[in-house]
Design a protein around this ligand. Structure first.
Ligand SMILES: Cc1cc2nc3c(=O)[nH]c(=O)nc-3n(C[C@H](O)[C@H](O)[C@H](O)COP(=O)(O)OP(=O)(O)OC[C@H]3O[C@@H](n4cnc5c(N)ncnc54)[C@H](O)[C@@H]3O)c2cc1C
Length: 381
């Protein structure tokens, strides 16, 4: 008898899982993807909108493209996950039973956790706010741009540094860079704790060469007009504030008691949760590696989606799945002016996590564009 597989969330992980499942299962098995959004846009596109090479309107791909691929897409909000009764409640469509569940709901942003930020700062991770941020950059004549990482962990650890370099190149192109200071404030003692001290030093060197100052151990406490206050007691002035808000597990995951700590715990090889037939992938999970954790990034969400799909296909076919999550991935670090570096990571290496940064090049920037194009085509077009 055909099985019913529900995938909650049509982001990076959910789309990769759905595609893999459809490839590996016969049409008698239903694959249903539920998301409250009607379209998909990769997170990295926000940086291209900031840079000016992309418009928001042309970057969103409708999720109903899934239907033509034999995957049922439902536009709705998940309001309850009942893992004991193996069912899920959607706001408008009611209850859905499942044989297998893949939770791919990502991370929720909580900008209002920092008093004074909302209304004064621009949320770099909110697609609607990035075009407004770009408009402000185009109007700025002089002053200070502050980029604040407001909490840890956050998705795509290099993104705030990429944003600082893109802002540098936008202002340079306008010929006003020398009249604007750019500062990055981070709560951690090094730029990329997940990548270690060497790569962090490389990143700080790259931004310093462009006159961008890095302030470690500066966790934002509150925002007032023109002034930032940090938990270490120091203050700083700003004219334009760019924030990477604190992240948390989505509300429905918390209220359904799926997360045991801050995030959903999974078996790092299979992406199984402690609930029967429930898998979790991507930003909603936390996979500890020593004192750190696998970063919240699309490349890992995608890989984990494929692994969860492989496990489900194996169980349905009554055979042992061979695909397991290897903890390996890469990510392009954009530096502006059509160039990108490449961060390659191997988190489960027996000698400890291995991360290296490849120097920025036009080829890597080209690869980053292909990265988006090929995935959107495979998943939705
Ligand atoms: C500026 C920026 C740059 C980035 N650059 C890169 C990069 O270069 N490389 C890289 O690998 N990663 C990058 N990332 C990170 C990447 O976008 C995320 O890690 C990735 O999207 C995580 O995938 P996910 O499937 O776990 O969650 P998401 O892609 O966030 O998907 C979650 C989905 O769940 C839906 N959802 C949530 N709650 C509900 C609900 N209650 N009901 C219905 N639907 C719901 C959401 O609408 C969303 O579509 C970047 C992120 C940003 C913000």
């Amino acid at each position: 008898m055909g099985k019913q597989i529900l995938i909650l969330g049509a982001g990076f992980g959910g789309l990769a899982a759905a595609t893999e499942l459809r490839k590996g299962l016969g049409q008698d098995h239903r694959i249903i993807v539920i998301d409250r959004k009607k379209s998909f846009m990769m997170g990295l596109v926000k940086l291209w909108i900031l840079e000016g090479s992309r418009q928001l309107e042309e970057s969103q791909t409708p999720l109903d493209g899934l239907n033509a691929k034999g995957i049922e897409y439902l536009n709705d909000e998940i309001i309850m996950i009942d893992a004991t009764s193996k069912r899920v409640q959607a706001k408008d469509h009611g209850w859905f039973d499942y044989d297998y569940l893949v939770v791919a709901l990502g991370a929720e942003l909580v900008p209002d956790r920092i008093p004074g930020f909302v209304g004064r700062g621009y949320n770099l991770y909110d697609a609607q706010q990035v075009p407004k941020l770009r408009d402000m950059l185009l109007k700025l004549g002089r002053g200070r741009v502050a980029i604040a990482i407001m909490g840890m962990p956050y998705k795509c650890p290099p993104a705030p540094y990429e944003a600082s370099l893109i802002i540098d190149s936008v202002l340079s192109r306008r010929g006003i860079r020398s009249s604007v200071e750019i500062d990055v404030y981070a709560p951690a003692p090094i730029a990329l704790p997940v990548a270690g001290p060497q790569v962090s030093a490389n990143v700080v060197e790259i931004i310093s060469q462009r006159g961008i100052r890095f302030h470690p151990l500066h966790k934002l406490k509150s925002v007032a007009d023109g002034t930032l206050e940090f938990e270490n007691g120091s203050k700083a002035d700003y004219d334009l504030l760019v924030g990477i808000p604190p992240h948390r597990t989505p509300e429905v995951v918390r209220s359904s008691r799926l997360a045991e700590g801050d995030w959903v715990a999974v078996d790092r090889n299979t992406m199984k949760t402690s609930f029967e037939s429930v898998f979790a992938i991507g930003d909603v999970t936390e996979i500890k590696v020593g004192a750190s954790a696998v970063p919240k990034a699309g490349i890992f969400a995608e890989e984990q989606g494929k692994v969860a799909a492989g496990q489900i296909i194996g169980e349905i076919g009554d055979r042992q799945a061979t695909t397991t999550f290897a903890g390996q991935g890469y990510c392009f670090m954009e530096v502006g002016n059509g160039q990108a570096g490449l961060l390659a990571a191997d988190f489960f290496n027996p000698a400890g996590p291995q991360i290296r940064l490849e120097a920025p090049s036009e080829q890597n920037f080209q690869k980053k564009q292909d990265f988006e194009r090929t995935r959107v085509k495979e998943w939705l077009l």
